[in-house]
Ligand binder design. Structure first.
Ligand SMILES: [Cu+2]
Length: 145
């Protein structure tokens, strides 16, 4: 009897962990309380296998990985302008995400997958625009602790 109960418990636990992959929504906005041209939220923490749905609430935005700012082995992506995309993140680590048209205006965010993680090679790529860097640094710092 006890054995049966344990077994059922184990099956439920397995099923639940498989069903637990989550999708977090991020909105792409012209303006919010935190400024102009923003991802909201600007820092997302998920588990490997979870997904992020990027929703251009306002038009003319997209979501794309920043070159040199994704973990080794991760696949870069670039979403179409003004279209919603859902991206799975199977590889743990820290990801810099930009909006291609508004990168220079500092429209960036960070996705942390799994435990706190430092930058892939310990430093920001050289070609990041100043305003993007300004927003990325505190987000990366948060993602690392
Ligand atoms: Cu944008």
């Amino acid at each position: 009897m006890l054995r049966t109960a344990l077994c059922v418990g184990a099956v439920v636990a397995l099923f639940c962990s498989a069903a637990q992959a989550e999708t977090v929504e991020v909105r792409l906005l012209n303006r919010s309380d935190s400024g102009a041209m923003v991802f909201d939220p600007a820092l997302v923490t998920i588990q490997p296998g979870d997904s992020v749905r990027f929703v251009p609430t306002h038009k003319s935005h997209n979501a794309a990985t920043i070159d040199g700012l994704i973990p080794p082995g991760a696949t870069p992506f670039k979403g179409p302008i003004s279209e919603e995309i859902t991206v799975p993140f199977p590889v743990p680590g820290v990801y810099g995400i930009k909006c291609s048209p508004h990168y220079a205006m500092g429209m960036v965010m960070v996705v942390r997958v799994g435990p706190p993680a430092a930058l892939p090679d310990g430093a920001l790529p050289q070609d990041i625009p100043a305003r993007a860097k300004e927003r990325l640094l505190p987000l990366l710092e948060q993602a690392g602790r």
